[in-house]
Design a protein around this ligand. Structure first.
Ligand code: ZN
Length: 380
């Protein structure tokens, strides 16, 4: 019901902006279509916090993940649970609570502050598990929202309108996800493209991108795009987001990071962030770049090139841990690989502590900070 109310209010341009720090959980049951103004705050699974409290932040991880298409969206998706399967049944995802907790504690031990978990529909998001692991680890956790790659869209995606999808996202951010009171603080990772697919964005992908933009405008939440589509199609996704009245400096393009300055500038010149991620695989595991040391050296060399080109404030760095072969227990770098190996490799290339702090602390905080909610643009 809340979803319908917000959707109707949004469609009619009647979104009501209420006072700072007032969450919808304080609204009367049934909702009013009001959207709390979280401008200047970061929304974690435990609620809004000041960006200065984030500390070193990993902008793109999966504490829990299971690649699986969700059930139909009507009725609303609820009850997606972390599967406590045995190691021998594990399909390569991250579905064991104790294992995931132990792995993220490695980040905590090296001074980490915040993990953004971008598991969303298609990646088996579990809001209550994220709340629990935030409490147990002492780390801030920011939860994603939205639809991952088209190969993992729910079976009723064709029938859902942009308005339907927008309403689900707005509810996740303002009320809570999947029937819980745990709120998403970022929209992503929003699927574009797929493995080995170089085609144009599909109609469903366009709906998902457009809904993500509208929900970002209505709530003030940032967006992270899963950038597997070809470069021209990624520019088109940015066009769609901009056309919905969202500033592109609130958008991160995941999986784009390379040392190719000209290619990176096509995103950063528009304000978007580029992100280095999916790193720290054990040697021989999909996507590994030789030994962990060699992988860190390559990432550091690429980032150094972007720093030299003046792009420091547009660079994000995360592991995108999503497979077993990235975990420390399996010979991967784990959630502390950036701290333990990439940061030292950057220092060895003359990168200062101040510059490291901009990349590891300041850029994530700027991306994740909500802006003021705005009514959706009038239909054109
Ligand atoms: Zn991705």
């Amino acid at each position: 019901m809340v979803r319908r109310t917000i959707a109707a209010a949004a469609a009619a341009g009647l979104i009501v902006i209420v006072g700072h720090g007032t969450g919808l959980r304080e609204q009367p049951a049934g909702g009013t279509g009001a959207v709390a103004n979280l401008a200047g705050k970061v929304l974690t699974v435990k609620g809004p916090i000041d960006p200065s409290a984030l500390g070193p932040t990993l902008t793109h991880e999966h504490i829990f993940i299971d690649f699986k298409a969700p059930p139909p969206m009507m009725p609303p998706p609820t009850g997606i649970r972390v599967i406590q399967d045995s190691p021998k049944e594990r399909r390569g995802g991250l579905t064991d609570y104790g294992e995931s907790l132990a792995e993220i504690m490695e980040f905590r031990k090296v001074g980490g502050g915040t993990i953004v978990d971008l598991s969303n529909f298609g990646l088996t998001r579990d809001p209550e598990a994220l709340l629990r692991v935030s409490n147990d680890s002492g780390l801030n956790v920011v939860m994603g929202a939205g639809w991952y790659m088209k190969t993992l869209h729910p079976p009723d995606m064709d029938e859902r309108t942009v308005e339907d999808l927008t309403a689900i996202l707005v509810r996740d951010i303002t009320v809570g996800a999947q029937g819980t009171r745990v709120r998403s603080g970022v929209i992503g990772e929003v699927g574009t493209g797929a493995f080995g697919d170089r085609g144009p964005l599909t109609e469903n992908e366009i709906k998902s991108v457009r809904a993500s933009a509208r929900a970002s405008r209505i709530t003030g939440a940032p967006i992270v795009i899963h950038s597997f589509a070809p470069p021209a199609e990624l520019q088109r996704a940015l066009d769609i987001i901009a056309s919905e009245g969202v500033a592109l400096d609130h958008v991160a393009m995941a999986h784009t990071g390379t040392g190719n300055v000209e290619a990176m500038k096509r995103y950063t010149d528009r304000g978007a962030y580029v992100e280095f991620d999916f790193i720290g695989q054990a040697p021989g595991v999909m996507g590994s770049r030789g030994t962990l040391e060699q992988g860190a050296e390559r990432v550091a060399a690429d980032i150094r090139a972007l720093i030299d080109a003046g792009l420091t404030d547009r660079v994000l760095l995360a592991h995108d841990i999503c497979i077993q072969g990235q975990l420390k227990r399996n010979g991967g770098g784990g959630y502390a690989y950036i701290s333990n190996m990439v940061a030292p490799a950057l220092r060895a290339k003359g990168v200062s502590e101040a510059t490291l702090r901009r990349i590891l602390v300041d850029n994530p905080a700027r991306l994740l900070t909500f802006v003021a909610p705005q009514p959706p643009l009038a239909p054109r």
